[in-house]
Each structure stands twice: as C-alpha cells, then as structure tokens.
Design a protein around this ligand. Structure first.
Ligand code: UN1
Length: 508
C-alpha cells in the first residue's frame, strides 16, 4: 500500500483544506484514517478550521467570477483531461478506495470507472446545455430561455462511494460553470485528498483559476456550516436520512437549493414467472456487494409463494459459497464494514429482528481471528420477516437481507412501496404484463425501477436518486445537470411598438 499512497501523493500527515494546487494552512482537528481491511492506521489528515473555511469559500467565490465566463466546451475539455488522468490513476485510486473503504477491489476499480464515465458524459453535455425557445404572444418578440452557471456547489459525500459521488457532482458542476467545495466523509478522507491532487494537476496544466475545485475535510459541524452558508446556492448531500433532513432544513431555511440522495430500502419482487437462476445473481450481488453498504443495496426480497421455497433454498445455498475476507484479494466477494460502529449497528439490527420474530435462515455474526483483525468483518445474513417489522422499515447499512412471501401482484407492490424510503426497486419476471404494471404509475414508487436486473449498480447515464425519505434529488445522467444551473427566461422586443402581454392597454 505504501507505493500506492506515494503514487497518489498521500503522506503520513496530509492537509485537508485545498483550493486546488494550493493547500490551505489549518490547525483543525487531526483525523486519522484507519483501514477496515486490517485495522491499521493509513495516515492523518488535518481538518479545516474556521480560517481555512473562510479562505476556501472566498477563493471559490472569486474563482466563480472567472470560471463562469469560460465557454462550456472549454470547461468540458478540462473535464476530458481529468478523465484521461483518472484512466492513468485507475489502479492506484481503485486500490486506495478498496483499502480505505473496504469494498472489493473489483468494486474499487468499478467506482473509478464510474468517475471516468461521468466525465465522458459531462464532456458531451458541455455542448448540450440546451434551453428551449417559445413563441411569444406578442408580434415582433422573441422568447427563449438560457441556463447560466449557479455559483458554489457544496458537495457532502458519504464513505460508501468515496470518490464516485463527488465526481458525479463535480463533472456536471464544472461543465455547468460552477465551482465546487467538497466535504468528503471523515471516514474516507484520503480518497478525497488523492482526488483533489489528481484534479489540481489537470487544472494547473490548463490555467484553471485557483478555487474551482476545493476540498474541506471535517466533521459534522463543517457540513452544518456549509448548509447554512448563503454563499453556497446549491448543497448536494449524500448520506443518511437523518443527515439529509438536517441539511434540507438548513438549506431550505435560507431558500437555497438542496440535492439530497439519502437512504434506500430497496426491494426485489421475485415473481412466479421469474428466471430464478438469473434472479439469484442479482439478489446476492445486490445484498452483499459493498458488504451491504450501498444506498442501492437489496435489503428486501418479496417472493411469490409458489416459488418461495425453491428460491429460498437457492439463496441459502449461494450464501454458503460467499468468500468473506480481504477485499484486495480478487477472489473475495465480501469485504469488511467501514468501522466498528457499523458492526454494532449490524448486530443491533439482527437482535431487533429476532425480538420482532424474524427467523434467520443464514445466521449473521462478527468474524474473529486470522485475517479479521480489524473486527469489521461480518457474515451476510438472511432472515424471514414480516413487512411491518420496525427493523424492516429502516435502512441498516449492512448485509442483512429480509425475505417476505406474497400471493398477488398488488400485494407485492404494496409491500415494496410500504416503506418510508423510495430509491431503487426491481421485479424479476418474464411476464410482460407484470413487468409493465410494475413500471406503471400504479407500480413502484421509487426513483429507480428495474426489470430483470437487481437494485444496485445503476449506470451513470440515467438520473440517480429517489422519492420520499430518499430525498427527491437526482444526480448523474439524463437532465440532472439542470439543478446545477439557473434558468433565465429572456423576451426580446425587436418591433417598434411596446405591446403589453395579456392584451393590456396602457396608453400614455
Ligand atoms: C450510493 O450508494 O450512494 O447504483 C451510490 C449503484 C452505484 C451508485 C451507488 N452506481 O449502486
């Protein structure tokens, strides 16, 4: 790992405040990053203090005045070069993601690939930030709309996707002419320092003003400060529903914009007409990938009574094959949870599930001994439950999968929708009527609804996000870029009269 850290410019003591190539002096609290893989300290990061915060926001504000005037395709060209650089750093950055966060190496590389993909998407977008033209009701008038840069985008990201979620926001914000201030999770600050160094080099080579991409490492208060700061017109926050409610309220109180991507409680409906072997792969990857710490993780399976027993047996059998261990070993399926607090939440959820009457088909437990010294490795568990159990209604960021039985399609949809969250959902079926009904207005109430694939692993080309307690925001593809810009409606009178709209007569 030493070589990897060196390649990425990570030292023993890192500065956590940066405006680009300039690392801002700070005497904030020192955050130590430990790897959940082996429990060892990786390195220290000094968090941003009040002075560093002000310097960063002031530099960002100044940078915006210049950056917003760069033609968007020119900004896109800088993002293109950032993608090139990420291609070069894919291996070390993917490994650092895996080591600092604990996800499998394949998923670490996949996350960097997601960064590259969103950059490529943003490059194309830089020539397509289209507005509409409308027909004016007045003669000799033209009406159209244009999209202008917004200002500073505050990005608060979570530990589970320590680099990709930042890049979804950053790549779009940059082509839109915004500047970014990133507060990464304090659990994965080194991934953030590495990304900041990669982008800063690209910026320097292109004479991008200092302050276009900024980093502020810190804890919860830093996020609160950003949420309340009127100089940040948009705060994009990914994380728990608790965090999102606080950010949404603080940003809303000043009538700012927030883009919230919060908890999920994602379900797959297994129809009696499903291809069960294919469904199995989607369910198992969805439930145990990233050790159950994706917001799109499959947490509930709603299985038709006719195939319940056979699918349950296949699932239990598949769980027996799972290899849990060091995520940097390419043969491993499941790495550790992020830290011991996460392990405690996993254990509590299992206890609560048992108290409520859940029956475990695959028992959970914390792994001890050789290779598990960090105390963060847990066994993926499967339990039979009832939909209304309190524990089933909540998101536990861990690999616990709940099974439920259904009789009718309507009942399955009601169970799927009957939780406070609304991020991702799937149906496994070869029955066209069912598939279409699931996608109809009376079907899934989630932001993402899939047929014959799992709930996780969304592509960047679609808008990503969900309804209800998931927060309503959309990031990444489709027209998610619009929230990063301000819309302006323009009406131009090229006639020699000044007719008023709505036919109003006002003669002087
Ligand atoms: C997240 O967990 O916050 O769809 C993002 C997926 C990934 C992104 C997840 N592409 O699972």
């Amino acid at each position: 790992m030493h070589d990897i850290l060196q390649q990425l410019g990570i030292t023993e003591n890192n500065n956590g405040a940066s405006t680009g190539s300039n690392w801002v002096k700070s005497s904030g609290k020192v955050i130590t990053s430990f790897s959940p893989v082996d429990g060892k300290k990786i390195a220290d990061v000094v968090s941003a203090d009040d002075k560093a915060y002000e310097e960063v926001i002031n530099t960002a504000s100044k940078a915006f005045l210049e950056w917003r005037l760069w033609p968007s395709p020119k900004r896109g060209d800088v993002v293109r070069q950032f993608a090139e650089s990420l291609r070069k750093y894919k291996e070390p950055l993917g490994k650092l993601v895996s080591y600092e966060m604990g996800k499998s190496l394949q998923e670490g590389y996949g996350e960097v690939q997601e960064m590259i993909d969103i950059c490529d998407f943003a490059v194309g977008l830089s020539r397509q930030l289209h507005g509409l033209t409308m027909h004016s009701e007045r003669p000799g008038h033209r009406m159209y709309e244009q999209w202008h840069p917004l200002g500073i985008v505050g990005i608060i990201s979570a530990f589970n996707f320590p680099v990709a979620v930042w890049s979804w926001n950053t790549a779009l914000a940059l082509v839109c002419g915004d500047v970014c201030v990133w507060k990464p999770s304090e659990k994965t600050p080194l991934c953030a320092v590495a990304c900041q160094k990669i982008i800063a080099d690209v910026f320097t080579a292109n004479n991008v003003p200092e302050g276009v991409c900024n980093l502020l490492v810190g804890e919860r208060e830093l996020g609160e400060r950003m949420a309340a700061d009127v100089r940040i017109p948009l705060v994009s926050a990914t994380g728990s529903t608790r965090m999102g409610k606080a950010v949404g309220a603080a940003v809303g109180a000043r009538l700012g914009r927030s883009l919230l991507e919060l908890g999920g409680n994602n379900a797959i409906i297994i129809s009696k007409d499903a291809d069960l072997d294919m469904a199995l792969v989607g369910c198992v990857f969805g439930a145990v990938g990233t050790a159950g710490q994706r917001c799109t993780t499959t947490r509930r399976l709603i299985i038709h009574e006719e195939v319940y027993n056979s699918f349950r047996d296949k699932l239990v059998n598949a769980y027996k094959q799972l290899r849990i261990g060091n995520p940097l070993d390419e043969n491993v399926h499941v790495g550790p949870l992020i830290d011991k607090d996460a392990v405690k939440m996993y254990e509590d959820a299992i206890e609560r599930c048992k108290t409520e009457g859940g029956k475990f088909l695959v028992e959970g437990g914390v792994l001890k001994g050789d290779g598990y010294e960090s105390d963060c490795y847990v066994k993926p568990a499967v339990a039979e439950v009832q939909p209304h159990f309190n524990v089933v209604q909540h998101e536990t960021f861990a690999p616990i999968l709940y099974l439920m039985k259904y009789k009718t399609f309507d009942e399955a949809v009601a169970i799927q929708n009957g939780v406070p969250q609304g991020l991702s959902s799937s149906i496994m079926t070869l029955n066209l009527r069912e598939a279409e009904a699931f996608l109809s207005a009376a079907g899934s109430d989630c932001g993402i609804a899939n047929v014959n694939i799992g709930t996780s692993g969304a592509e960047i080309g679609g808008a990503f996000g969900g309804e209800k307690e998931t927060g309503g925001g959309r990031e990444s593809g489709s027209d998610a870029w619009r929230i990063y810009m301000r819309r302006q409606t323009n009406t131009i009178n090229y006639s020699n009269k000044l007719p008023l709209a709505q036919g109003i007569k006002f003669d002087l």
